[in-house]
Design a protein around this ligand. Structure first.
Ligand code: GLA
Length: 370
């Protein structure tokens, strides 16, 4: 039996595919996989959540981008084999409590848990970075989303009680202790997912690349927006047309905020952390333009609430969740108020989760023979 968690990103949004920094935690919701090896090369998967089974043959590449949950499983299997991890067939059963479509990376949890299960039953101890990269490749090839590495990386390598400061260029991760004794990580699900999400994601990536090409004319060493400081950016911002300028401003300032945020967490200065989160949200809303009314409503509710230190949208945007830092003594009142006020403003019933920072993918102790 194997598991891999979903994630929530504390700060550092849309920076991963710009070679930048992110600061996510693995949450205590996960996908569980029971698996056993087969003598042939058939992979048979049953999803308890879907109440349905599906299968593929490792020797017969199936069609990509079918829009099925199997795409994630088949995609990661093929990506592992491409990396030299020879798999065998398997019978697998999946169960997940990561909400689907909520921006908490249920897909990364699915890729990483099944990738781990498939490689383990085939007798391989695949290193976790390879596992994360295989999950990301599944998104690129089988699912058709040009995502960065954050979600799969934190699902594969999360550390209990810590956020990870991930350098998405070098793939080095530094654990940053997250003290939740007085302040909780509270996740508010807007319960909306706007159609725009996928196409706008790819447009933002292209706008960032355009910005890099233009900035490189005056800053020849620049390979990605990660290489541009806030001061350099402001010096040369005039060369960039809108909206490319706003997009780049978000990335450059968000990288700086993320590095600062890791420092504030280490110092235990959660007030400052909260301030950075509000700034991040404002930039995602106004510069990167990936928020939406529902997410803005959730952040505004948080802002006006005594005991909330910070709030921002988390993940790709256009729906999904906000992440909030809330004093434990205000948590109950906040949860009640969010539900009431959000429902009043939007007519939608939100979901509220509190999560500790959990560990990354692993074999479940005592899974054998359960
Ligand atoms: C999605 C992607 C990540 C990252 C975030 C935005 O979750 O999967 O790679 O780009 O959006 O930060």
């Amino acid at each position: 039996m194997f598991r891999a968690p979903g994630r929530v990103n504390l700060i550092g949004e849309h920076t991963d595919y710009n070679d930048g920094f992110v600061l996510p935690i693995a949450i205590d919701r996960e996908t569980l996989v029971a698996a056993r090896a087969r003598a042939d090369r058939h992979v048979r998967v049953y999803s308890v959540n879907e109440g349905a089974g599906a299968e593929f043959d490792l020797d017969v590449p199936g069609p990509t981008r079918r829009g099925l949950w199997l795409d994630y499983v088949e995609g990661v299997a093929r990506a592992l084999e491409r990396r030299g991890v020879r798999l065998c067939g398997a019978d697998m059963s999946l169960l997940s409590d990561v909400p689907v479509g909520a921006g908490l990376s249920s897909s990364a949890a699915l890729e990483v848990s099944t990738g781990l299960a498939l490689s383990a039953v085939a007798g391989h101890d695949v290193d976790r970075v390879t596992l994360a990269l295989a999950g990301q490749e599944a998104e690129h090839t089988y699912v058709g989303a040009q995502v960065g590495i954050m979600d799969q990386f934190i699902s594969a390598l999360g550390r209990k009680g810590h956020a990870l400061l991930i350098d998405c260029r070098t793939l080095e991760a530094t654990p940053v202790p997250l003290d939740t004794s007085e302040v909780a990580v509270c996740i508010c699900d807007s319960r909306v997912k706007h159609e725009l999400a996928a196409s706008e994601y790819n447009t933002r990536r292209a706008e960032c690349e355009r910005g890099v090409a233009l900035l490189r004319e005056v800053l020849p060493g620049v390979k990605a927006l990660r290489d541009v400081s806030v001061t350099e950016f402001e010096q040369h911002a005039g060369r960039l047309p809108e909206p490319v300028r706003r997009r780049c401003r978000h990335i450059v300032t968000e990288n700086e905020r993320t590095l600062n945020a890791a420092g504030t967490l280490r110092r235990g200065d959660l007030d400052e952390m909260g301030r950075l989160m509000y700034l991040s949200h404002r930039s995602l809303r106004d510069n990167y333009e990936v928020s939406c009314t529902e997410l803005d409503v959730l952040v505004e509710i948080a802002k006006g609430f005594e005991g909330v230190l910070g709030a921002r949208m988390t993940g790709g945007g256009f729906g999904g969740c906000t992440v909030n830092l809330v004093r434990r003594d205000a948590l109950e009142a906040f949860s009640t108020a969010v539900v009431e006020r959000y429902r009043y403003s939007t007519g939608i019933e939100p979901a509220v989760y509190v999560s500790e920072a959990g560990g990354g993918a692993c074999e479940v102790e005592g899974g054998e023979g359960r």
